[in-house]
Write a protein that binds this ligand. Structure first.
Ligand SMILES: Cc1ncc(COP(=O)(O)O)c(C=O)c1O
Length: 481
């Protein structure tokens, strides 16, 4: 008999690290003793006394209503199986099989899978002004041009903010969507905290006219993983653009039949905490971020374009002339865990109570990394990164190249769709592409994190995809395929 618990042991040994990543509760250090002690008794089931998270009444409904009121929604659901499932509920509520949805190629893979499952017809946003979409995020003009090209679409889908905290003018998109009779669906997974500090943080999607909004409470609020919120707008309900009964039905289709009261209670409490604390914690984080950037050597550049989330810290380290592997190792040695280190940027997500001392250690660690002394090498390094990004952004911004629909590619019978492989081959990640006259993706192909696809299932694949994947693998970045 083996009484070891290797997963638990490994995680428990990491309990003292400096956490600048989601979930934004710093391994529970942000939680009150009372909440930690109540955790296991909150892990219960649907009893007469506890209520039902899928059929909200009494205290469940009261918690949902308080959240709706705080976030400015007409109706709010707690989804305890993550924003991945909240996205499925949102898309299934707004569209029917075969409907057209306007969206960029670069959306979280949860949205790709929802489109495939539901048999929708995605129309990709391509560049309206010839510019490439940085990190795959289109500008508002390109969204509007795409919506005008497909006025028969039922909905437009936007990710705002993106992983790097950048936002887009949703008001413009909402106005045009409603003029064309479309619903605006927003993946605000990284912006659950925006309602806490208007004026300091970017405006919320709901305040800009979104109809459906999903948020990952665990990403930026003191909530347990994978606490998620699904909001329906007041205006959308009032004018019949969305149907609360359909949303309730879709919650019951996609959510587990054993939703977690512990995670739902943590969502309730996180809302109570941020509502009590007001804008002060976010103002403090914005100031700490500003202060740490001033302490850092000039070769670190903060990435914070106008309108971005100032409570998130994104640092460009490319001028250091050091590779990703070295940066990961240096932070790791100092006991710091960042949310993401890609080939150019470090993304840090602080918790609302992140101690100043964590920032000091971060500044000391980053400041101690010696830049390459060789300017020519650094120039070449930066040039190589730009080439990689140009390739990435051109793949993200390209029009669709369907060989099969996403549903056929993911779920279709291989012989029916003309594939030569068996199901076992398709499941083998080493065989992501099938050899036909033209190769195509049988799964989402996406660097992870943040999990934005360069190719959807069913899209044609060419040498540019292979080159990009190879470059990522050389930079030690995982590719989900
Ligand atoms: C933009 C975006 N949307 C959706 C998700 C999925 O959220 P969850 O992990 O809560 O299921 C993520 C997760 O990283 C994300 O980054």
């Amino acid at each position: 008999m083996n009484n070891q618990a290797p997963l638990w042991s490994a995680l428990w040994q990491q309990a003292d690290r400096i956490s600048f990543h989601m979930p934004a509760h710093r391994q529970g250090r942000v939680f009150s003793r009372e909440w930690i002690e109540s955790l296991t008794s909150c892990d219960t089931t649907e009893l007469e006394r506890t209520g039902d998270l899928a059929i909200p009444s009494e205290h469940v409904k009261e918690a949902y209503d308080l959240a709706a009121d705080y976030f400015g929604a007409g109706e709010t659901w707690f989804v305890t199986t993550g924003t991945t499932i909240a996205i499925r509920v949102m898309i299934a509520s707004a569209l029917f099989e075969g409907d057209v949805i306007v969206m960029p190629r670069a959306v979280h893979m949860a949205a790709v899978h929802a489109v495939a499952l539901l048999g929708l017809n995605p129309h990709f946003v391509t560049s309206a002004n010839g510019r490439r979409f940085e990190d795959g995020q289109p500008d508002a003009e390109s969204f509007i041009a795409a919506m005008r090209t497909r006025p028969d679409a039922k909905a437009v889908y936007v990710t705002c903010p993106d992983y790097y905290g950048r936002t887009i003018d949703l008001r413009m998109i909402a106005t045009e969507a409603h003029r064309l009779g479309m619903a605006l669906l927003v993946d605000e997974a990284h912006g659950a905290h925006f309602a806490a500090a208007p004026g300091i943080l970017p405006p919320t999607a709901l305040s800009q006219g979104a109809d459906y909004v999903v948020q990952s409470a665990h990403k930026t609020l003191p909530a347990l993983t994978p606490a998620s919120l699904l909001h329906l707008s007041k205006d959308g309900i009032a004018c019949g653009r969305l149907c609360p009964q359909r949303v309730a039905a879709m919650v019951r289709v996609f959510q587990t039949s054993s939703p977690s009261f512990m995670i739902a209670a943590s969502t309730d409490l996180a809302r109570a905490v941020i509502s009590r604390e007001g804008h002060a914690p976010w103002q403090r984080l914005a100031e700490l971020n500003r202060r740490v950037v001033n302490l850092l050597p000039a070769y670190y550049r903060r990435v914070a374009p106008p309108g971005s989330d100032k409570s998130r810290l994104v640092l460009d380290y490319s001028r250091l002339g050091r590779g990703r592997t070295e940066m990961v190792a240096k932070l790791d040695d100092a006991g710091i865990d960042a949310e993401l280190i890609d080939h150019r940027r470090i993304v840090l997500i602080p918790a609302i109570d992140q101690p100043e001392s964590d920032y000091d250690i971060l500044a000391r660690t980053l400041g101690s990394i010696i830049p390459s002394k060789n300017d020519v090498f650094t120039e070449r390094h930066v040039q190589r990164l730009e080439e990689l990004e140009n390739l990435r952004d051109s793949l993200f911004s390209a029009p669709a190249s369907w060989q099969f629909t996403p549903r056929q590619a993911l779920f279709g019978n291989p012989s029916y769709s003309g594939r030569s492989e068996t199901m076992a081959d398709v499941a083998d990640s080493a065989k992501t592409y099938c050899d036909r006259a033209t190769k195509f993706a049988s799964h989402v192909i996406a660097p992870y994190p943040p999990g934005m696809p360069i190719a959807w299932p069913g899209e044609g694949i060419d040498d540019r995809h292979d080159t990009y994947i190879q470059l990522l693998q050389e930079a030690n970045i995982a590719v989900r395929d």
